[in-house]
Design a protein around this ligand. Structure first.
Ligand code: FE
Length: 343
C-alpha cells in the first residue's frame, strides 16, 4: 500500500511539473501573437484587431507608420523583420513590397472564397481588403453635374483656371495616372497630365480633404478625391468639415479609377499561421461590413454590400484592368508628372 501511494505521489508531481512547465512555455513562446506593420490608421482597423484577439486569444502587435517608412523598415530589417503582415492603402505601395522581395504567397481557401480573383494578386501575393474610388467632386451651387463626364473631359478648356488637385507626390494621383498608362497608353497619360496642369486654379497642395474644403471655399469648381473622405467629412465631429462636405457633389466618371487597400504576408513571417488567420478575419463579413459602414470604403468581400451612403452616391463602374499594372506603371507615372510640371 505504502509503495503504491509513493508511486502515485511521484506521478502526480511529475504531472504537475509538466503542467507548470507547459504554462511557462506558453507565456514565453510566440505562438500566440502576430505582428502587423500597418499604414492604415483607422478606428475600424483597431477594433478589428481587438475583436480578433478576443475571439482567438492571438495577440495582435501593431507597428504603425506611413507606407514608405514601413517599406523602408522591412527592407532594412530583411530576414530579421518582425513583420508577419504588411497592411497598406494603394496598389502602388503593395507593389513595392512585392517588387522588393518582401512577400510570400498568402494562400488560404477562406480568402479565395471571400475575395474575388481580380482583387488578389495573380499568385495570391497580395489580397485586397477594401476598394476605393477616386471620384470627381464639384461645387454643388455652381456646377451642373451634366457638364461632367470623364477624367479626360476635365482637360477641356471650359475648366481653365477651375481645377484643384493635390500634389504629384500623392500615391493616389500616381496610381490614377498609372491606371491611364495601363488602360490608354503613355501618350494619353502625358496629354491628360498636361491638360490638367493647364486648367489648374492654383498650384497643387494639401491632401484630399483640403481639396474638398477649397472647393467649398470657392477656390475652384472641380477636384479629384477618394470618395471615403467625403463619407468621413460628412460624419465628422468637426462642424467645418461637415459644412464643406455638404457644399460639394460627388460624380463617378465612367469608368471610375478604383484602387485598393490590402494585405501581404511577409516573406520572413515567423507567425505564419496566425498571420493567415488574421488576414482571413479581415476579409470576413463582419470586418468588411465595418470597413464600408464606418469607414465608407467599398468592401472587397463579394458577399458584402457597400453601405447605404455609398449606394446613395450611385453605381460604381470600375476601370477594367489588372490592378498590379497600377504598381508596375508607378515609375512612368512619376516621370510624366515631372515632365508636365505637376508639382
Ligand atoms: Fe486616404
Amino acid at each position: 500500500m505504502k509503495k503504491r501511494k509513493f508511486k502515485f505521489a511521484i506521478l502526480a508531481t511529475l504531472a504537475l511539473a509538466a503542467i507548470l512547465s507547459g504554462c511557462a512555455d506558453s507565456q514565453q513562446d510566440k505562438s500566440k501573437e502576430v505582428n502587423v506593420y500597418s499604414a492604415r490608421h483607422y478606428e475600424v482597423d483597431k477594433q478589428a484587431y481587438i475583436d480578433f484577439e478576443n475571439e482567438t486569444g492571438i495577440k495582435v502587435n501593431i507597428i504603425e507608420g506611413k507606407a514608405p517608412e514601413l517599406l523602408e523598415r522591412m527592407k532594412r530589417e530583411g530576414a530579421d523583420t518582425q513583420a508577419d503582415l504588411f497592411i497598406t492603402a494603394d496598389m502602388g505601395n503593395i507593389y513595392q513590397a512585392i517588387e522588393g522581395g518582401m512577400t510570400q504567397e498568402l494562400s488560404s481557401k477562406t480568402i479565395k472564397e471571400n475575395i474575388p480573383e481580380n482583387l488578389r494578386g495573380e499568385n495570391n501575393e497580395w489580397v485586397a481588403l477594401t476598394k476605393r474610388a477616386r471620384v470627381i467632386v464639384y461645387d454643388k451651387e455652381k456646377v451642373n453635374p451634366n457638364s461632367l463626364s470623364t477624367y479626360a473631359a476635365l482637360t477641356d478648356s471650359e475648366w481653365k483656371g477651375e481645377l484643384l488637385v493635390r500634389g504629384s507626390d500623392s500615391i493616389y494621383n500616381q496610381s490614377l495616372l498609372a491606371s491611364f498608362i495601363a488602360d490608354e497608353g503613355e501618350e494619353y497619360a502625358k496629354m491628360w497630365a498636361q491638360g490638367i496642369v493647364n486648367n489648374l486654379a492654383r498650384d497643387p497642395k494639401g491632401n484630399d480633404r483640403d481639396q474638398v474644403k477649397a472647393i467649398a471655399a470657392g477656390e475652384g469648381l472641380v477636384t479629384l478625391v477618394n470618395s471615403y473622405y467625403l463619407g468621413q467629412m460628412l460624419n465628422s465631429q468637426d462642424p467645418e468639415e461637415v459644412k464643406a462636405a455638404e457644399k460639394v457633389g460627388i460624380f463617378f466618371p465612367e469608368p471610375t479609377h478604383v484602387n485598393i487597400s490590402g494585405v501581404v504576408l511577409s516573406k520572413y513571417s515567423s507567425n505564419k499561421d496566425n498571420a493567415i488567420l488574421l488576414a482571413e478575419y479581415l476579409t470576413s463579413v463582419k470586418v468588411q461590413k465595418a470597413y464600408t459602414e464606418e469607414n465608407y470604403e467599398y468592401p472587397a468581400n463579394k458577399n458584402v454590400e457597400p453601405s447605404e451612403l455609398l449606394l446613395s452616391w450611385g453605381e460604381l463602374k470600375p476601370q477594367e484592368l489588372v490592378l498590379s499594372e497600377i504598381g508596375r506603371n508607378n515609375k512612368k507615372a512619376v516621370e510624366i508628372f515631372a515632365r508636365a510640371a505637376w508639382k
